[in-house]
Design a protein around this ligand. Sequence first.
Ligand code: PBG
Length: 341
Amino acid sequence: MQKQKWASVFPVVGAGQFPAVRMRRLRRTDALRRMVQETHLQPSDFIYPLFVVHGKGVRREVPSMPGVYQLSVDQAVQEAEDAYRLGIPAVILFGIPARKDPIGQENFAPEGIVQKAIRAIKAAVPELVVITDVCMCEYTDHGHCGIVDDEQEVVNDPTLEIYGKVAVSHAEAGADMVAPSGMMDGQVGAIRAALDAAGFGHIPIMAYAAKYASSFYGPFRDAAQSPPRFGDRRGYQMNPANAREALREVALDIAEGADIVMVKPALAYLDIIRQVREAFPVPVAAYQVSGEYAMIKAAAQRGWLDERAVALESLLAIKRAGADLILTYFAKDAARWLGRN
Ligand code: PBG
């Protein structure tokens, strides 16, 4: 297999040889390099995550994510306006509720924090695409992404009904797209059916399809106050060791009606992004998660890495691997940096 691969590549790669071939010729000047650049980043590639909390004038920095804030609705509106002005087409909202309970009531309440944020952002920036994360972990007192039974087991099928209710509630508030991230089996199909039945057949689903049980989510759980109270998420999120399984997850989500599929995290899973890109003709998103952001920020604060250069290089790599869209906390900074280039 490997031998055959090389045999088919060599006639092309070896078409010419040094000194007739000199790779450096096209690297000599900036203009020449720009002419042959294969991958380009642009602000329209980005989706900007926002964490919304109750209150007014709240702008609370997440300790492990410098530059990322828990925002009250008024502040989230400002961030959304800034993002749109910079050419970023979409935000994704995460809510921190006033109260947590076993099933997360506020998740589908008309006056829930995300519902309020959607209405305010849509009123201020109607053209901005408002995506909502559909999950339960921020809303439940146990911190799991589904209903938990007496044996502390996360039960799949009863959870689906709640996801459907949450998605419909977000759509009713004016969300333009929903993004189920709980990794329950059948969640995309259940949400598609619930949206269609409620008259939201036009609302697309961006499925967290290949979502790994990753330690790179650490800082997010600070930001969203969503760490599980007991156990972990390995009973529903994917084993980082598995790649073939990601293709099955993606195939299932597409069959259930996913319009966009996501791979998460991004940088440690570039091979998965590439395989999904090659196997399926749907738009692929990748989530540069909180831990990826925190690593760059922390090293930059110590003067060990150049923040701007490393952030842009990481985003470029994610795009080169095959992502059409990147969810990133660097969205606004990256849009600014790209604008100045
Ligand atoms: C909710 C959710 C998580 C993230 C996005 N949606 C956390 C988790 O699964 O524990 C992580 C995002 C990030 O780390 O930036 N299920």
